[in-house]
Ligand binder design. Structure first.
Ligand SMILES: NC(=O)c1ccc[n+]([C@@H]2O[C@H](COP(=O)([O-])OP(=O)(O)OC[C@H]3O[C@@H](n4cnc5c(N)ncnc54)[C@H](OP(=O)(O)O)[C@@H]3O)[C@@H](O)[C@H]2O)c1
Length: 326
């Protein structure tokens, strides 16, 4: 999908649609859905809606007990820390051992505006958790993806803040928490762009603006200054509820209308238009977040960092005949 194909398709849904609205009439009985971070914020709203529509929902969680308490008995919880490649491998191996298949992955978990933080092996935290962790997870779950499976990458209009920093993705220089978040969200979008060319129907979504624990690193004063909350603590106009915030990802995961739009970046339950403003509340998609060449380049970079690539045609043999997959 190139930028020229980023145009609304008239889905019949919009910014106010909820997760339940877009699932109305859709029966997910017998489908298995994996939602990272599906126990907080919009991920939790997505988990609830998918389970209500009949899906078996699996929620990998870095805090399994918290997740179990949040979800009671309507989703299965398993331990996974996206900041830790060993944890991702163990989760994936255990899942593959069960022989189960996956119909939908919603790569939703994320962090925002972290103070400078590095995770082993020296990766910048936003890039590592939001992007590389999901890259590693989806690649290792590849054998379980049922034909026709969809992968939805929860990006953000935060991608406006930064293209991929090709020469310094881990911020060895000039760390800025917003640029770090922005880069990771561009990466989420490009991940879907390229994955879709490798035979798995994939979409990226901007969920809208929703007050959730994601803002935990931002002071109340900063949130007021940004116009996210009013002086008396109410959310600003234009913000969504978690159920509205979950709707676009669920629509992208299930809408038959999207079959012909693989790789699209979506918002407000429709394909997004090219961005014509710097206003992230208005949104749209910047060219660098859906550029196929950049998406292929990021895939190659991510393969280099993680040693994983289960989808690309050249994954099995390097020129000297050895496997290039760790
Ligand atoms: N809220 C918005 O306005 C907004 C706007 C645009 C995009 N988004 C995107 O939407 C997604 C969900 O955000 P949200 O607002 O629902 O935030 P949230 O309530 O903070 O949920 C984020 C989830 O990600 C999990 N997570 C964080 N680090 C993890 C790790 N290392 N391993 C595994 N899980 C991890 C969190 O687990 P813990 O609870 O254990 O920390 C939490 O369950 C994010 O990707 C975010 O970038 C949100």
């Amino acid at each position: 999908m190139t930028m020229t194909q980023q145009h609304r398709i008239g889905s019949g849904f919009g910014a106010h649609s909820t997760a339940a609205d877009v699932l109305d009439g859709i029966d997910l009985t017998g489908r298995t859905v994996l939602i990272t971070g599906g126990y907080s914020g919009l991920g939790k709203a997505a988990t609830e809606a998918m389970a209500r529509a009949g899906a078996e929902v699996l929620v990998p969680a870095r805090r399994p007990e918290t997740a179990r308490n949040a979800l009671r008995d309507y989703a299965e919880v398993a331990e996974l820390d996206l900041a830790d490649l060993d944890s991702i491998r163990i989760f994936a191996e255990r899942f593959l051992d069960t022989g189960r298949a996956i119909d939908i992955v919603i790569a939703n978990a994320g962090v925002m505006a972290y103070p400078r933080e590095r995770i082993v092996p020296g990766w910048e935290a936003h890039f590592a958790i939001n992007h590389l962790g999901h890259f590693a997870l989806v690649n290792q779950l590849q054998p379980a993806l049922r034909p026709g499976a969809r992968v939805v990458s929860v990006a953000s209009s935060g991608h406006f803040l930064s293209d991929i920093r090709w020469g310094d993705p881990h911020f060895d220089h000039d760390y800025d928490p917003w640029q770090a978040y922005g880069q990771s969200k561009t990466a989420n979008a490009l991940f879907a762009t390229h994955l879709d060319t490798l035979g798995v129907r994939a979409f990226a979504v901007h969920p809208g603006s929703i007050l959730t624990p994601l803002q935990r690193n931002i002071s109340r004063a900063q949130q007021i200054a940004q116009g996210w909350i009013t002086e008396d603590g109410r959310q600003a106009a234009g913000f969504k509820t978690p159920a509205q915030g979950a709707a676009t990802a669920i629509w992208a995961a299930t809408a038959p209308q999207l079959d012909a739009y693989g790789g699209a970046y979506c918002q407000d339950c429709d394909v997004a238009e090219p961005a014509t403003t710097e206003d992230m509340l208005v949104g749209g998609v910047k060219p660098w977040a859906v550029d196929p060449d950049a998406a292929a380049r990021l895939w190659a970079m991510s393969r280099e960092f993680t040693g994983l690539d289960s989808f690309s045609a050249d994954r099995v043999s390097s020129p000297d005949g050895d496997s290039d997959v760790a």
